[in-house]
Write a protein that binds this ligand. Structure first.
Ligand code: SF4
Length: 121
């Protein structure tokens, strides 16, 4: 069973944090990075690769929820939604190096990963 993580990769602290968090867990075997640009562009190969995952985490920086909307757009509905600003009280800013409270996001992602693989046994 495979889990796909889609970070929004937005141009702000919380967008960048979604990438940093995703990179911490992606192993290219059981946990895969899903391409934030390829899906909304409708690139078939990328959509097919994404759909090889059984479940997804939509890592959204802010309430615009670009990751969740991207998954919705290609008909993927089996995902856990995380929004960094509203779920963890992180303020959006333009400091790309700001990783304040990123540990809370990691904790939540770890919970979802553990729960997903535990339920597959
Ligand atoms: S969810 Fe927010 S931070 Fe992420 S890409 Fe969209 S607008 Fe930017």
């Amino acid at each position: 069973m495979k889990l796909g993580i889609l970070p929004c990769q937005g141009a702000c602290n919380v967008g960048n944090m979604t990438s940093k968090v995703a990179l911490k867990y992606v192993d290219n075997e059981k946990i895969n990075m899903v391409c934030a640009l390829g899906l909304p562009l409708g690139i078939k190969k990328i959509i097919d690769m994404a759909k090889e995952n059984d479940k997804f985490i939509a890592l959204n920086g802010c309430p615009m929820k670009c990751s969740s909307k991207t998954l919705d757009k290609v008909g993927i509905t089996g995902y856990e939604e995380i929004v960094l600003t509203s779920d963890f009280g992180i303020e959006k800013n333009k400091n790309f190096n700001d990783v304040s409270n990123m540990d809370k996001v990691e904790q939540k992602v770890e919970e979802i990963i553990k729960s997903f693989f535990h339920n597959q046994r």
